[in-house]
Design a protein around this ligand. Sequence first.
Ligand code: NAP
Length: 283
Amino acid sequence: MSARILDGNALAAQVRGEVAVRAQALRARGVVPALAVVLVGDDPASAVYVRAKTKDAREAHIDAIDHRLPASTSEAELLALIARLNADPAVHGILVQLPVPAHINADRVIEAIRPDKDADGLHPENLGRLAQGRPRFAACTPSGCMRLLAHGGVEIAGARAIVIGRSVLVGKPVALLLANANATVTLCHSKTRDLAGEIARADIVVAAIGRPEFVQGEWIKPGAAVIDVGINRLADRRLVGDVAFAAAAERAAVITPVPGGVGPMTRACLLDNTVRAAELFAS
Ligand code: NAP
């Protein structure tokens, strides 16, 4: 293997440490940074994510306020809670764990969050600001990808970057962040012709597809930087990314592992957005 592994766990620990220092500085000024975490229903995976996010926040001196609502909660009840959190000056960040139950419209819920409390960076205003090149909060996974590239010493300006996947959660905001950082960006998806050819030209590859080991190692340009966002559980319970890691690591200069790459950075960037929301509130 020739690639340098970008250790998301180590970088996330560093980011959490920086956030904790900023949170304590806010506390010293009488502002207790607070994140409201809303979970509707009892999806076990969502419950695990929410527990982890709450624990991270508390360890970083951010107050995490849990709101657990039953699966039977109506959209109107959820929107009423968000309205209360929007109006509460003690709450700086609001996170609604997705997915919400099918009878609730997730887009309407995200749009109801005050954009300056949108710690997840998913509100259309925040995505729009990103598109305009004047971001407030970027979505957490895309921000994590950018931090990993910076940590890896990857030159972004002028580089040819490919993003595979165009979701609002990952692919599109990553493409915008890379373009804002002066990369030449190609955004690919399931209708892309000759994906292998597109990847072969790229200095930076971000894979956010959701298909286990879909990106073949031989497609990677020698010396490229590879950021693997995918999290796929195999039948044998192993967790793998969207990139065939071992083969890609033979050719890439730097690569993120799964697990231990983008995942921990997503969680760390949520804390960063929350403390930034509190800093903006205090300024
Ligand atoms: P998504 O909404 O399902 O989007 C998947 C994207 O991949 C779509 O744009 C789709 O194209 C594209 N795609 C599917 N098959 C393809 C193919 N054969 N060739 C090229 N493109 C193809 O997924 P997502 O929410 O962005 O998540 C992507 C992956 O990242 C998942 O594994 C997810 O678990 C993981 N994830 C990880 C984190 C983290 O913290 N590490 C956070 C979020 C998501 P179309 O648009 O044409 O359908």
